[in-house]
Design a protein around this ligand. Structure first.
Ligand code: ZN
Length: 477
């Protein structure tokens, strides 16, 4: 009997990995094993340590990986899977593959930097500390990627086929419809990946990709994300408040530091800043996008212009490539990054990682957190246990590079930039389903978020909903 096993993003928002095993061995046939997403665990140590554990099945026994999108918590374990012996195809959309081509090597680079740092301060319990995978290993795994177009049906075996449909979360993101056929019966599974926001620019302003997940789905088994299961997004336009925060910081003579995922979120934010500057709502400050992948990320963003909303396309047509805007600097070398650190005039610094778990943002935070003139601006989800979460929660100090840094800068939080649907948006999507799924499993949420969303779906729609547990196996009847 076929089953799904939740190997990650169960009880937490990171480490997405769901195994489908079609073992029809009792019927004299060998099934296939397919992994939907292969993400990195991030945040609390308890979760990060799982990145070092082997999967319950050997990597070489997995036949295929199907990837929903290029966020690290969905794709960041792929180089490790390959390192452990996986040699099969990794199916993804063209934009997802382009993004993985910069995100995975960057992740390898960060792993190497972390290991080198712990070896220097000798604070790791592992001696020597090793990277989970290296830059080179991450580049090497790119040869396993294969492009699958949206809506194209891919048959992996007589009983297993799948199709990508839009998820409207980030560039290239999609949901995966899986069809399993056995004994003359077929079963539809739907893996939502991360689900984007509604089709309304006023409710979700600055939305870059086409909004709204694919409507009218049919699924016997639905595996759905629940990141914002217990929070409703503010439905106000963030731009006036954002402009105010920036103006006030400049009046104090401070700078604005923005931890942001280097791809998509940074581009979206940069376009919004340009609009505010052109409209005279904020001064024309220098803007630094400090990420080793910032330049390539913009190029990928412009290459896939056709995937964007009218609004985003209009901005690209109006203002052209951000790489050529006066006053906007996309740093790529360590030297250029250092120069930003030394700047003492007000500026806006956008850098990754988005949850301040690593990367160049740490240098900017270490440099500017203790000065009350500055503002740390959060525009993305911060998972518990990450530095971003600690800073955002009003802590007095945070550990960076082994030392505690005092937090005296102003903290501003904008939830409107989220690329995740909130409960009313998720429910309105579920209402478009052509039939009730036999069962819905909620993944990719903190326990409080998943259980609240479960209760709401049960109450509103009368569906059977369960919160997935790590390593739990569920039969697909
Ligand atoms: Zn995501």
């Amino acid at each position: 009997m076929a089953y799904i096993q939740f190997l990650g993003a169960a009880g937490t928002v990171t480490g997405s990995k769901h195994l489908i095993n079609t073992s029809f061995e009792n019927e004299g046939k060998k099934g296939i094993q397919v992994l939907i997403d292969c993400g990195l665990f991030q945040g609390q140590k308890e979760w990060r340590e799982r990145n070092w554990k082997e999967l319950p099945i050997p990597a070489h026994e997995i036949d295929a990986v199907i990837l929903t999108h290029a966020h690290l918590d969905h794709c960041g374990w792929i180089p490790r899977l390959v390192k452990e012996g996986y040699k099969g195809p990794i199916y993804a959309t063209a934009a997802t593959i382009d993004l993985c081509g910069i995100i995975l090597p960057d992740s390898g680079h960060l792993q190497e930097e972390d290991a080198a740092f712990y070896n220097k301060i000798k604070k790791s319990k592992h001696d020597p500390a090793l990277p989970l995978y290296t830059f080179d290993e991450a580049e090497e795994c790119m040869r396993y990627f294969q492009v699958v177009r949206l809506q194209e049906t891919m048959k992996l075996s007589p009983e297993f086929s799948f199709r990508f449909v839009p998820a409207a979360h980030i560039l290239g993101s999609c949901m995966v419809e899986v069809s399993l056929a056995a004994n003359g019966q077929s079963r539809q599974l739907l893996f939502s990946g991360d689900i984007g926001r509604v089709r309304d620019q006023n409710v979700a302003p600055g939305k870059v990709v086409h909004s709204g997940p694919s409507p009218g789905e049919i699924a016997d088994v639905l595996v759905m994300e629940s990141t914002y299961g217990n929070r409703v997004h503010p439905h106000t336009d963030p731009r006036p408040e954002l402009a105010k925060v920036i103006r006030q910081t400049v009046e104090r003579g401070g700078s604005i530091v923005v931890p942001a995922f280097a791809v998509e979120r940074t581009q979206k934010f940069v376009f919004m800043l340009k609009e505010l500057m052109e409209a005279g709502q904020i001064p024309k400050l220098p803007v630094f996008c400090d990420s080793p992948m910032a330049i390539r990320a913009v190029e990928i963003y412009l290459k896939h212009e056709s995937d964007y909303t009218e609004e985003a396309r209009g901005l690209i047509q109006k203002y052209g490539s951000p790489l050529e805007w006066p006053g906007f600097t996309f740093a790529s070398t360590a030297e250029e990054s250092k120069k930003i650190n030394e700047a003492h005039y007000p500026s806006i610094i956008i850098s990754s990682s988005g949850m301040a778990t690593g990367g160049r943002i740490l240098h900017h935070l270490a440099q500017r957190l203790s000065d009350p003139k500055n503002t740390i601006l959060f525009i993305g989800f911060q998972a518990p246990g990450t530095r971003g979460f600690i800073i955002k929660s009003g802590a007095k100090e945070v550990k960076i590079f082994g030392d505690f840094v005092q937090i005296r800068a102003q903290i501003a939080v904008f939830e409107q930039f989220s690329d995740h649907a909130d409960p009313p948006e998720l429910l309105s999507w579920l209402r478009t389903f052509k039939q009730k799924p036999r069962i819905t499993y909620l993944v990719h949420g903190e326990p409080a978020a998943s259980t609240q969303l479960r209760d709401e779906i049960v109450k509103e729609l009368g569906w059977k909903v369960e919160v997935a547990e790590w390593l739990e196996k569920e039969n697909i009847q």
